[in-house]
Design a protein around this ligand. Structure first.
Ligand code: URA
Length: 230
């Protein structure tokens, strides 16, 4: 069991010291570790996997929103007093990487009502073995928005980097994209953050590494299978 009182990055127990500063993890409380223990357990039922991964997704979305800029806003409270607060500046949208990223859409909608969400499908090109774009449908005004990019597992980083390439081709600057995922590998994070140093990554947990099939270890297996297949 691990615990930490710091909110930002570099608190994971197995975190390598050279994880880039653009990477942020959730605070590793006992509660968060208990949620991860449930979703990592191969004997967890599909229903519980959905329920507990949704709880983590919600925390991740809230943490992702912490990286958006705010401007001062003064309101009057029912007591007649003034409160000097803030409000979010700018508009946001989500983009999910199909199919597993779709599982994070509801968590984003619960936190940001009526949020627009685009979709990107990337698969391995069997000829080149490189990630290839198969489909994308993005909000038409995406260039004016901050983008929360959703994909639960950051393994090699290949799909996520391709997705960022597509989003940037639609006019979104790198530093307006926040990539949110549940579990990441140190090597995937390094590759990704080296290519896109001003893009913030919010990850729930940084695991030990990848196995020979490019699955994250200890990981949780195939997120899409566990979420969508009984
Ligand atoms: N995608 C998954 O679903 N799991 C992994 O471990 C890696 C990529």
């Amino acid at each position: 069991m691990t615990s930490s009182t710091t909110l930002t990055n570099h608190s994971a127990p197995n975190m390598k010291s050279d994880i880039p500063p653009s990477v942020f993890t959730l605070r590793h409380t006992a509660q968060l570790e208990a949620l991860y223990t449930i979703i990592r357990d191969k004997n967890t039922s599909r229903g519980d996997f959905i329920f507990y991964s949704d709880r983590i997704i919600r925390l991740l979305v809230e943490e992702g929103l912490n990286h958006l800029p705010v401007v001062p806003k003064v309101v009057e409270t029912p007591t007649g007093a003034k409160y000097e607060g803030v409000r979010f500046e700018g508009k946001i949208c989500g983009v999910s990487i199909l199919r597993a990223g779709e599982a994070m859409e509801q968590g984003l909608r619960e936190v940001c009502r009526s949020v627009r969400i685009g979709k990107i499908l990337i698969q391995r090109d069997e000829e080149t073995t490189r990630p290839k774009l198969f489909y994308s449908k993005l909000p038409q005004d995406i260039a004016q928005r901050y983008v929360l990019l959703l994909d639960p597992m950051l393994a090699t980083g290949g799909s996520a980097m391709k997705a960022v390439e597509v989003i940037m081709e639609h006019g979104v600057p790198e530093d307006r994209i926040i990539f949110i995922n549940l579990v990441s590998s140190p090597q995937g994070l390094r590759t990704f953050a080296t290519r896109y140093p001003s893009l913030k990554v919010v990850t729930g947990w940084i695991d030990e590494g990848l196995n020979e099939r490019a699955y994250i270890v200890p990981g949780l297996g195939d997120f899409g299978e566990r979420r969508y297949c009984a």
